[in-house]
Write a protein that binds this ligand. Structure first.
Ligand SMILES: Cc1ncc(C[n+]2csc(CCOP(=O)(O)OP(=O)(O)O)c2C)c(N)n1
Ligand SMILES: [Mg+2]
Length: 433
């Protein structure tokens, strides 16, 4: 009599009869047919590490990270700075003063907690929602506004990048590029370069941020495979915020989130409550330690929720309920939760909160007014720094063409005159050269 072949089995692999191994693998040979569809070996999903409950109280058995009052306050201040800046930058775009903005509302703990777990000279490759990493590293609100306005103080890209596409060699922050997931294989390359640099080896890592939507790109798989087969100290931080513009994360994958993919590449992986700043801090600190110790990639999946619209070009109420967003603002709010923790430690009170909010708002408004008053960089900068070394013929040709058009229309045609007036030296670096 035939016995039916087993379908998906639930037996822990270790309890099966082993018949040795094939020559080229350590996979045990077994006499029973079984399929699996879990990396936990059970019906349970991969767990999510948290240390604070929704109202900031340490959960039973919580392993709190070692932090002192000054560090905790710095974390909180940066978490508060992020939405203060976002609100002004969002409104500034609505007034037509900048072309674009993307907020980090709801993701403050994921971004600031992870930034705080890195060393200041770890190389960061962001997606675009990681302004908070730069703030943590002391980039400054003036530089944020200069980039978003594309004015003459913009050190990120001399006014040539879209707003929020920051970059800063001084802050070890690689320039943001919008095409999704390109930073992931690049990060594996940066990690490898660090491994090959005697002065950075065993000291610095490449930290790569991406959204769960970007993880649907081929570049995600290429990047993780690269980092796993050519080992390098590369830390992948997935911000799983529930959406890729209007596509909910549930439509991005059928498996267990992004974390389940790590073991497929032989990569140590952890899932963390991305709205719990202390859990993120601990998880990323330990992940960073492992990447350095093993010289291998590690994956962190931070579970969070994008409270704001995707960008200023989006209206998220076209694809999600207002009530869902209102609920998520209250439940596990990363800032409120950490504030309650700080208060319970005696490290924060209502007067501190008042002082912080007033100060941050004043700083941000001052930087905004200053950025608004500055001209754009010289127009000719459009053509510089595009390539290293000798200028190629096509750039020379384009500069000549623009110069010719400026000479023809620059002073006579009103729209051009108005536009030129916004640049430092009003385009004369080209026309009078
Ligand atoms: C290759 C590519 N395809 C599509 C887009 C358009 N796009 C910009 S952001 C985005 C959603 C990305 O979602 P996710 O990675 O989850 O990041 P989040 O915005 O949630 O932080 C899409 C589809 C793009 N920029 N690049
Ligand atoms: Mg997302």
């Amino acid at each position: 009599m035939f016995r039916p072949l087993a379908s998906t089995h639930r037996l822990p692999l270790a309890r099966q009869v082993h018949l040795g191994h094939l020559p080229h693998t350590r996979s045990p040979l077994v006499p029973t047919l079984s399929f699996f569809n879990s990396v936990t070996g059970s019906d349970e999903k991969i767990p999510t590490f948290r240390v604070l409950d929704g109202v900031g109280k340490p959960v039973d058995g919580a392993q709190l990270p070692e932090i002192d009052e000054a560090f905790a306050r710095k974390l909180y201040e940066n978490m508060q700075l992020l939405p203060t800046l976002d609100t002004v930058l969002y409104n500034v775009q609505r007034q037509g003063k900048t072309s674009f903005h993307m907020t980090s509302y709801g993701e403050e703990a994921t971004i600031i907690g992870s930034a705080a777990a890195l060393e200041l000279d770890d190389e960061v490759l962001g997606q675009y929602r990681e302004m908070g990493v730069l703030l943590w590293r002391g980039f400054g609100v003036d530089s944020v506004f200069a980039q978003c306005f594309g004015n003459q103080d913009d050190t990120s890209g001399k006014g040539r990048q879209m707003p929020v596409h920051f970059g800063s060699p001084a802050h070890h922050f690689q320039t943001i590029s919008s095409p999704l997931a390109t930073q992931i294989p690049q990060a594996a390359g940066v990690g490898y370069a660090l491994r090959r640099s005697p002065d950075r080896r065993s000291r610095s890592i490449a930290a790569c941020y991406f959204g769960e939507g970007a993880a649907s790109e081929g570049d995600f798989h290429a990047g993780l495979l690269l980092a796993s087969t050519i080992p390098s100290p590369t830390l992948f931080i997935a911000r799983n915020n529930g959406f890729a513009i209007s596509t909910p994360s549930t439509e991005q994958y059928y498996g267990d989130g992004i974390a389940s993919r790590g073991p497929g590449y032989g990569i140590d992986t952890v899932r963390v409550d991305g709205n719990d700043v202390l859990a993120v801090l601990s998880a990323v600190r330990e992940a960073r330690r492992r990447t350095l110790e093993q010289g291998r990639a590690v994956l962190v999946e931070a579970m969070t929720y994008r409270v704001g619209h995707h960008s200023t070009s989006d209206d998220s109420f076209a694809y999600r309920q207002r009530s869902e967003v209102e609920d998520r603002k209250r439940i596990d709010n990363p800032i409120a939760r950490f504030r309650l923790f700080l208060e319970a430690q005696g490290w924060w009170n209502a007067a501190d909160e008042e002082e912080l909010k007033t100060r941050l708002k004043a700083d941000v408004m001052k930087a905004f007014k200053h950025a608004e008053s500055l001209a754009k960089p010289e127009l000719g900068e459009l053509f510089t720094d595009v390539y290293a070394g000798e200028e190629p013929w096509n750039i020379t040709e384009q500069r000549k063409e623009l110069t010719g058009l400026l000479k023809k229309y620059g002073e006579t045609w009103e729209p051009w005159r108005t536009e030129l007036a916004r640049f430092k030296n009003k385009g004369q670096d080209l026309t009078k050269a």
